[in-house]
Design a protein around this ligand. Sequence first.
Ligand code: ADP
Ligand code: MG
Length: 313
Amino acid sequence: MATKTLEDIPGVGPAIAEKLREAGYTELMTIAVASPKDLSETCEIGEKKAMDIIEGAKLCADIGGFETGDAILERRKSVSKLSTGSKAFDDLLGGGLESQAITEFFGEFGSCKTQVCFQLAVNATLPEDKGGLDSDVIMLDSENTFRPERVIQMANYLGVDPEETLKRIHVARAFNSQHQILLVDKAIELAKDRKIRLMIVDSLTSHFRAEYLGRGALAERQQILNRHMHDLLNFATLNNAVIAVTNQVAAKPDAFFGDPTRPIGGHVVGHTATFRIYLRKGKAGKRIARLIDSPSLPEGEAVFSVTEDGIKD
Ligand code: ADP
Ligand code: MG
């Protein structure tokens, strides 16, 4: 894909491009859908000039086109489902995590988001008739919580060779949000040489939250996060892959029920993720998964447990 830049807009040179980027208009699409008034005010350019830039961006931006329903149905026939390891959890998701989509797990610290990621990584290496994807896995680890020991425990329980399993899980530490974004490009490269049908980003949002502080940085953070989510979705489509991301929410009793937009990157993440699952602790060591906002499945809950052997009913 030949991607155009802001400088491709007629009448936009380096100086104006710089102003636009500084104001958070880093994408042609963001400019194409901006209002002349906002653009003029935030970039300190005349309103007429702003209108010309917006018109130019509309011509340069890849707005996309229409696809007929039957073509979409055809593409969806190749969707696979990745098992979570728990029957109840899989049933909640209509059989497992879908490929060609992003599934977001959000919950408090300790709600087993990372445990679910380990299990998905191990399961993805299994054959398709065992609920896997028969593929390698990419794991972007932003919190340094990858533990090979856990993968070994889970692989042993499933009766598969732990070393072979570890060899198929490609882990990269993401040191900051920019690095995390670049790692998706790396992942696209890696996926050219081998079958990669699961990409995990654990956590999707922690670097963004730490780096973009305060109200002033919010718009920029959301835009960059939005772009990152679209890169991930692109990977999902190109590779018929499952994307699983985690998102930590604040430990407050109303973290979800009081205000469902509380997860970091609320709107952006919520609108791009196809499936959102809220994880929380239940009684007697049980964990509860709640499906929110699915395009085709009813809302509901599943109870599962996390043991030394992994995720189970
Ligand atoms: P999050 O990523 O949501 O912050 P984690 O996935 O790290 O949370 O979950 C940590 C929890 O996972 C621990 O509190 C524990 O209940 C469970 N856990 C971790 N390792 C094991 C294990 N080896 N056996 C059983 N449970 C485990
Ligand atoms: Mg974690």
